[in-house]
Design a protein around this ligand. Structure first.
Ligand code: MG
Length: 170
């Protein structure tokens, strides 16, 4: 049995990861609607990864005999102003998700729940990568976004992103 507060936070994270998937699907749709199919692809793959994250939290709860409680997934609440602002919003969102993961880690640490801490280690590392990727997109757009030819090449590069299953297997 896991600590009640930790279980509550893990269940909440299931919802947050599904929300992330929903949010990034919204981003993806915006880019497809606006002719940037590569950015659309990049965020569609990202949405798939977020769904995987949710499934990992579900699996972890189930592996520990805990009940999974699915809650309503909120409507994406980020304004889709333009191709560039969405990338900054993506970075902000990842920073927020990092804070959520750290908060669960903190709760697990305070009750000496080493098993959950070990499970979360993968997510701590993953969040570092997510922030780096999101930050890199912002910087690339700042550098190349205003030049149509460069933007075309950047979009083509992002179109090459292929979905891969998560490296964490429970
Ligand atoms: Mg995630």
């Amino acid at each position: 049995m896991l600590d009640t507060k930790v279980v509550g936070l893990l269940n909440q994270q299931v919802n947050k990861e599904f929300y992330s998937a929903y949010l990034y699907l919204d981003f993806s749709n915006y880019y497809y609607d606006n002719g940037l199919d590569g950015f659309g692809n990049w965020y569609r793959v990202q949405a798939q990864e977020e769904r995987d994250h949710a499934m990992l939290f579900i699996q972890y709860l189930q592996n520990n005999g805990e009940k999974v409680v699915l809650d309503t997934v909120e409507k994406p609440s980020v304004a889709l102003n333009n191709a560039k602002s969405i990338l900054s919003e993506g970075l902000k969102h990842e920073q927020y998700v990092t804070s959520l993961i750290h908060n669960i880690y903190d709760a697990a640490y305070s009750v000496k729940d080493f098993r959950t801490m070990q499970f979360l280690d993968w997510f701590v590392k993953e969040q570092g990568e997510e922030e780096t990727n999101a930050d890199s997109l912002v910087k690339k757009y700042e550098l190349f976004g205003d030049d149509p030819k460069s933007l075309y090449m950047l979009d083509s590069e992002l179109g090459g992103r292929v979905y891969a299953a998560p490296s964490l297997v429970l």
